[in-house]
Design a binder for this molecule. Structure first.
Ligand SMILES: O=C(O)c1ccccc1NCC(=O)[C@H](O)[C@H](O)COP(=O)(O)O
Length: 259
């Protein structure tokens, strides 16, 4: 069983337990459910393209940063000029929570991505009820029909959809009009190795109708310069900012040197 299979097995148990505690109607009654979302894909196209992540720990790196508060990180990222913030909400493997999403929402106006291992419509309604503007779907853990129905649910409540792939096969089964952004994850989830070559290789077969996002292992400006000619407009960066004492300052210096 690879790490993704393990995370998803844990997630199925978690979602079933939560469904028994908080009914869908309660999520739909949340004040934030009626909030008008801000488009993450549009924000990427009109801004720096940097999607900065709140990431306390990870299966590949263990602890990254347990000291800074999510509010501080969110405000710092927004001041830095990022296009969107990704908030990891998985608790067991990444140390995140839905409270992190809620606190980020309370602190900033920019688009927020719920970074989660989504396998059920319930988690999409949770995302909306906690202030997300966009969700992530991971092709490696979903069938074509699941991608279709989950992305259509997200679109029906005004959320943008970022679909993540790791290879050509996942990409071919995933292309459909209910997606806004196609993300290529540079991290091999079996070995944890990262290579920008994955983004470069898959770029030619991503139709131009989608905003292209390169995810993981981006640690310097040179990587952005290398990826832009391949059509990438969005760049998801976690550890590089979060490993510092001041992730917002680190994002700010990064974005300044892009100009
Ligand atoms: O980061 C991991 O170790 C990881 C392991 C298993 C599944 C997902 C994982 N990461 C999620 C992500 O997509 C990254 O947090 C995101 O792309 C940022 O990556 P990085 O800039 O390398 O921190």
């Amino acid at each position: 069983m690879n790490i993704l299979d393990k995370i998803v097995a844990d997630k199925r148990i978690e979602v079933d337990l939560k469904k028994g505690l908080i009914p869908l109607k309660q999520l739909e009654a949340s004040v934030l459910f009626d909030r008008k979302s801000t488009s993450m894909s549009k924000s990427i196209k009109s801004g720096s393209g940097i999607i900065a992540e709140h990431k306390r720990r990870s299966p590949s790196k263990s602890v990254i940063n347990q000291k800074v508060s999510v509010q501080e990180v969110a405000a710092g990222y927004e001041n830095a000029g990022v296009s969107a913030m990704s908030v990891l909400t998985d608790g067991k493997h990444f140390g995140g929570s839905l409270d992190d999403l809620l606190l980020a929402r309370a602190s900033v106006k920019m688009p927020l991505l719920r970074k989660e291992f989504i396998i059920d419509e319930y988690q999409i309604l949770e995302a909306k009820a906690h202030g997300a503007d966009a969700i992530l779907l991971i092709a490696a853990v979903l069938s074509k029909n699941e991608i279709k129905s989950l992305s259509e649910t997200a679109k029906s409540i005004g959320l943008d959809v970022l679909l993540e792939v790791h290879n050509e096969e996942e990409l071919h089964k995933s292309i459909m009009p209910s997606l806004d952004m196609l993300g290529v994850n540079n991290r091999n989830l079996k070995t944890f190795e990262v290579s920008l070559e994955t983004s470069k290789k898959l770029s030619t077969i991503i139709p131009n109708d989608f905003v292209k996002v390169s995810e993981s292992g981006i640690s310097n400006i040179e990587a952005i310069k290398e990826l832009k000619p391949y059509g990438y407009e969005g760049f998801l960066i976690g550890e590089n900012f979060m490993k510092t004492d001041n992730p917002g300052k680190s994002a700010s210096e990064f974005i300044k040197s892009l100009k």
